[in-house]
Structures are given as C-alpha cells and as structure tokens.
Design a protein around this ligand. Structure first.
Ligand SMILES: [Zn+2]
Length: 292
C-alpha cells in the first residue's frame, strides 16, 4: 500500500477498504475518509478528461427540455437557495456542458462555470453562451467574495484535493452566500452491505462494486466526513437531503416491475431513515470572524 496522505486530516495511517483489480481504495485510520490510493496528478486528470468524450456527451439535453430537466434535478434545493439568495452571481464548479447553468441563466442569474475539460467548456460556450474557465478552481483567479452561490453537483468526488478546492470556494463566496454540494454517500447501508458481501463473493459482486467505486471517482465521502470538511471551510449546513442518483429516476422505466417497486421502496427508505445513496448539502458561508 502506498503512503498517500489523507486529504482531510493529513494522516498517513490508512487501511485497505476495497481492492478492485489493481486499484486500491483505502480508509484513513484517523478520520475515516475513503480515497483512491492512486496518487493521480492534475496534468493526468486534465489529460483524462480530454480523452473522455463521453463525459461531455453525458446528460446532454436539448434546450426545449431544459425546463423538464429542472423539474427533476435539484428542484427543492434551487427553491431553498433562491429563498436564501434571490438573485446574483452563480458559479458552478464541474459545470460540464453547462446545461445546469443554462437553467439558472434562464431564471435570471448571472452565471459562470469552471470545468477541467476544454471540450465541455467549448460546448457550454457554443450551445448556451456560458462563460467557463477551463481548468482547476485554484487556477481560475476569481476574486474573494465574488459569488452569491457556488454549486458542485457530483463534482467533489472527482477532485484530487477536495479540501483545498472547497476552502477556495468558501473564500470566493460572499458572507451569507450559499454553497451547495451533492455526492455519493459511502455510509449508505446498502453500500456497506454490498462491500461486506463482495469480500465473500468477489466475482459475483465485482460489477456492482465497480459501479459504486466508479473509476473516475478519486474520493468517497460519508455524511460525517463531508460535514467535517464543510465546517472546517467555514460553511454551516442548513439542509441535508438524501436521494438516489438521477439516472435511477431516468432509467427506471426500462426495468421490470419488481425492480421498479424495489427502487421506489429505496426512495421511501431514504426519506424515512434519512440515509441514501446520494446526499445533498446546502450551506451558508459564515462570517470570517466566527469561522473555525
Ligand atoms: Zn483522515
């Protein structure tokens, strides 16, 4: 095992969590943070997203369907954010082809994006007229307190250094501004059950584990580790929602009735037990004086 430092607490003590082929996912012995031990560098990451054209094509929708998309995608969170901050400048980090920002632009927000893929940045500009900084947030050179809202929808798990990036996002957010983040929740009970079973039946469950630990994901948060990171960056959590990933909703129709019933029961259990595959945090940026 390599001695990769934990991004959250800097401890070098960790233990193997899941092994997938040559890939090792480890868990920090000090704070419980789960991460890929591969030590990917930023140039490697940029090169990867240049080659990965599926990334830009994924979820690409036509402009006439944008409203429909909004009804399904983070609608409750957008309503809550707009209640807190009715207007201003919205930065979406990991904005991909810009379709989310297109929705917010139509709603009257001034929007800006950041994405590591040059192809995505080009598509966002061409298709929706959205300005996207191509690269890493730390390279973007935005001014402190420049933004009213910053969102990261399914982006944080792709980052090499989430702690530094979220700290930077917090610095760019005005006091009282809103920070929104969604990611997979590694504490979901089914994830833990499947990992346990994978150790006994590796061949049988390999495909599921590969889906759960997507090779593009470098870090894997639980609710506790994400809460700790947000709090360390001066972001106070005001809302936590659990749900199944969006593809669950869109692709469910293709499956047999029993699978659909099971999926609906899962969605119900997310609400009842306040635990689900995906977690969405909405936070308020605290004044510097009372930040930890
Ligand atoms: Zn740690």
């Amino acid at each position: 095992m390599k001695q990769n430092k934990c991004n959250l607490c800097k401890s070098t003590e960790n233990r193997l969590y899941v092994r997938l082929g040559g890939r090792e996912i480890v868990k920090c012995s000090n704070c419980g943070f789960i991460f890929d031990d591969s030590q990917t560098t930023l140039p490697e990451l940029k090169e990867k997203y240049e080659r990965e054209d599926a990334y830009t094509r994924n979820f690409l929708i036509s402009e006439d369907k944008v409203e429909h998309y909004l009804q399904d995608y983070y609608q409750d969170q957008i309503t809550l954010i707009e209640k807190e901050v009715p207007a201003g400048t919205w930065l979406d980090i990991g904005c991909a082809n810009g379709q989310f920002l297109c929705i917010m632009k139509q709603k009257g927000w001034k929007v800006l994006g950041v994405d590591i893929s040059a192809e995505s940045a080009r598509l966002a500009q061409e298709r929706f007229g959205i300005k996207v900084f191509c690269g890493d947030l730390l390279e973007a050179g935005f001014s402190p307190q420049q933004f009213d809202v910053i969102s990261l929808w399914g982006t944080i798990e792709h980052m090499i250094n989430p702690q530094e990036e979220i700290m930077e996002a917090s610095r760019l957010l005005r006091t009282g501004g809103i920070f929104a983040v969604s990611t997979h929740n590694e504490d979901w009970y089914l994830t833990r059950i499947i990992i346990g079973l994978y150790k006994i039946f590796p061949r049988l469950l390999k495909k599921y584990i590969e889906l759960m630990f997507d090779k593009e994901h470098l870090v894997f948060f639980s609710v506790r580790t994400l809460e700790k990171l947000l709090s360390d960056c001066g972001l106070k959590v005001i809302s936590v929602t659990y749900e199944q990933p969006i593809s669950f909703k869109y692709e469910l129709g293709k499956f047999p009735l029993l699978v659909r019933i099971a999926a609906n029961l899962l969605s119900l259990s997310d609400k009842l037990f306040r635990n689900g595959r995906k977690v969405i945090f909405i936070c308020r940026r605290m004044p510097a004086a009372i930040r930890k």
